[in-house]
Ligand binder design. Structure first.
Ligand code: NAD
Length: 360
């Protein structure tokens, strides 16, 4: 098959890491008989320099016309770059918000995978992590308290602020469906996280998730309160497969989940909408401190490309193949500087990409 991928290298280490991900995709294409065609799209600081805005209409149209989007990272050195003297809507990161909105992405997937080879980076004790863990947080991205009505006012001489947390059943149903679809491609277990002992939105969330669960009898589903979930992630992260939750809870839990793995250069992510087109990117930023030095770890971006194959293109064997190649290269002891440990062999961005592509 042929696939058209919009590639957004972005700023900082973005171009270096995206180059390696495309190299690995090409190796997969050669092995399984697919052609990946890349259209380069400008976004972030490079787009500001070239066009004056972080994402042009044409760039968004090119992303929309693709089968899926692979992004490196955008942004510069916040204290130093001229991009940050611009008004907020013209800064590099505004491109991210614009593309997510423009593509109608409402579902964020953040895997938390601890490769057993990188146990040393995990802040949890050995008896907790065992042979590693592998779960994914499915976070609702466009509803809830971040998008509800809000106001700050003074009442009887007292300053007051109010945020509201609206959700309708359609918003809950579409994100729940993604969580179950993801579970079907993984361990078939969903934990739905809410605060149903307090919040009406959570009680509706529970009802709708239970309704969607009926369509997926192969998937085991349970409910968990968000405070308990925060504890369970550090107490026993191995218990989770898919963690489904609303926007604000997901914001907090997905950061907690990534911190328990300890390795920022290894964490992929995806944002999805109604169709199959998604935006796939590493969880980290543009790392301007190491840009252009062949030091960046490309694995988060390579694993994001694997997610694209799995969730946008339904190419399960091909995605498994990339993940296995990453595991093999780690087993052989190759490490970029961010995941380096005693007895391992240090490589740069390009060599790490080469070695993973070779193992495909
Ligand atoms: P960052 O993730 O870019 O870097 C944090 C630290 O982790 C740095 O020391 C960096 O060198 C290191 N690091 C990050 N990725 C790495 C990799 N692949 N390999 C090795 N080391 C890596 O976060 P930051 O410094 O807070 O932000 C830098 C810029 O990135 C800012 O402009 C910020 O706005 C932007 N940002 C962009 C995105 C995005 O594009 N989605 C996300 C977060 C931050």
């Amino acid at each position: 098959m042929d696939y058209n991928i919009a590639v957004i290298p972005g700023d900082g280490i973005g171009p270096e890491i995206v180059r390696e991900a495309c190299k690995v995709l090409d190796a997969v294409g050669a092995k399984y008989g697919h052609t990946f065609r890349y259209t380069e799209v400008l976004m972030g600081g490079v787009s500001i320099d070239a066009t004056g805005v972080p994402l042009t209409e044409e760039a968004l149209a090119a992303a929309k016309a693709s089968d899926s989007v692979l992004l490196g990272a955008v942004g510069g050195n916040v204290g130093q770059s001229d991009w940050y003297s611009l008004p907020p809507h013209l800064r590099p990161e505004a491109g991210l918000l614009a593309i997510r909105k423009g593509l109608g992405l409402f579902c964020n997937l953040r895997p938390a995978v601890l490769f057993p080879q990188l146990k040393g980076a995990c802040p949890l004790r050995d008896e907790i992590i065992g042979g590693g863990f592998d779960f994914v947080v499915v976070r609702e991205l466009t509803g809830g308290v971040y998008f509800g009505e809000r106001k700050t006012f003074t009442e009887n001489g007292v300053r007051k602020a109010v945020d509201t947390m609206p959700y309708d059943e359609n918003e809950i149903r579409r994100i729940a469906k993604w969580a179950f679809e993801v579970a079907m491609k993984r361990g078939r277990r969903v934990v739905s996280v809410d605060k149903a002992n307090v919040l009406d939105t959570s009680r509706l969330w529970r009802q709708v998730v239970a309704e969607v669960a009926e369509e997926y009898p192969q998937v085991t589903v349970s409910d968990m309160l968000v405070d308990n979930c925060a504890m369970q992630m550090v107490k026993d992260p191995k218990q989770f497969d898919v963690v489904l939750t609303e926007n604000m809870f997901g914001d907090i839990l997905s950061d907690e989940a990534s911190m328990v793995t300890g390795s920022i250069g290894m964490l992929s992510s995806a944002s999805l909408g109604e169709g199959r087109l998604g935006l796939y990117e590493p969880s980290h930023g543009s790392a301007p401190d190491i840009a252009g030095q062949d030091k960046a770890n490309p694995i988060a971006t390579i694993l994001s490309a694997a997610m694209m194959l799995r969730y946008s293109f339904d190419l399960t064997a091909e995605a498994d193949c990339i993940e296995a190649a990453v595991g093999q290269v780690l087993n052989e002891g190759w490490r970029t500087v961010d995941i380096m440990s005693d007895g391992c062999k240090l490589v740069g961005t390009k060599e790490m990409g080469d070695r993973i592509a070779e193992r495909i």
